[in-house]
Design a protein around this ligand. Structure first.
Ligand SMILES: O=C[C@H](O)[C@H](O)[C@H](O)COP(=O)(O)O
Length: 231
């Protein structure tokens, strides 16, 4: 099976955790999209759920395939969020934001009783940081925020390029109207310390380290599906 097929298998396995009447956070990215398409089949078959999407992109897909939607304002408490990830470590800490949706994804995950991550096995790492860390920043003071991020990283013994994410010739803009800086710091041994240091920088809106949010990960590999639970 190729990576796309494995993503579909992980998404299919996650459906077993979706019960009738659930309030669902619905993630962003190719794996989450596979989940939305499978969920839509269940909804067409009579399953009743209400979804809160984590991006405009996911909202558009849900509307297209017939998954009923709410907002976090109208449905502020969710039973379960299903979302993809860019990296997953053995503690189920994650890097997310490769698709630029990390802020809404984190808000939705935090509003959920449980978060199940779905992924193909290539996303599993021993230590987070192979994938550049997405950091969502306010447009105002971009250069100053970049310098502050580099200084905070250096204090923790981390360094590396911090690149403004682009879409063609223009900076990528998130659903919240912010920019994304992709930080290639390499492996991050102390994710909590980096998380705290980034949160202390005024221009940082949010970052893609998800610590203590995932309850389980459903990972599809060539040897089948494995479900890893948070310790
Ligand atoms: O911002 C995007 C999200 O965090 C995605 O869930 C993440 O990038 C994984 O995406 P994919 O399932 O396409 O690998």
């Amino acid at each position: 099976m190729n990576a796309s097929e494995l993503k579909v298998e992980a998404a299919r396995a996650a459906l077993a955790h979706v019960g009738d009447g659930m309030r669902l956070g619905i993630g962003t990215g190719s794996t989450a999209e596979a989940f939305v398409r499978l969920l839509a089949e269940k909804v067409a078959g009579g399953l009743t759920v209400i979804g809160v999407p984590t991006s405009e992109r996911t909202a558009a897909l849900c509307l297209e395939v017939g998954v009923p939607l709410s907002t976090l304002d109208d449905t502020p408490e969710l039973d379960l969020t299903i979302d993809g990830a860019d990296e997953i470590d053995p503690d189920l800490s994650l890097i997310k934001g490769g698709g630029g949706a990390l802020l809404r994804e984190k808000i939705v995950a935090a509003a959920s009783h449980r978060m199940i991550v779905i992924a193909d096995a290539s996303k599993i790492v021993d230590t987070l940081g192979r994938f550049p860390l997405p950091i969502e920043v306010n447009k105002f003071g971009l250069r100053a925020t970049e310098l502050a991020i580099a200084a905070a990283a250096e204090n923790l013994g981390l360094s590396g390029p911090v690149a403004l994410r682009m879409t063609g010739a223009a900076p990528f803009v998130t659903d919240g109207g912010h920019f994304i800086l992709d930080a290639s710091f390499g492996r991050i041994p102390d994710t909590r310390a980096l998380s705290n240091a980034l949160h202390a920088i005024p221009g940082v809106v949010e970052h893609g380290l998800f610590i203590g949010l995932a309850s389980a990960a459903i990972v599809a590999g060539s040897d089948g599906i494995k479900t890893v639970h948070a310790r």
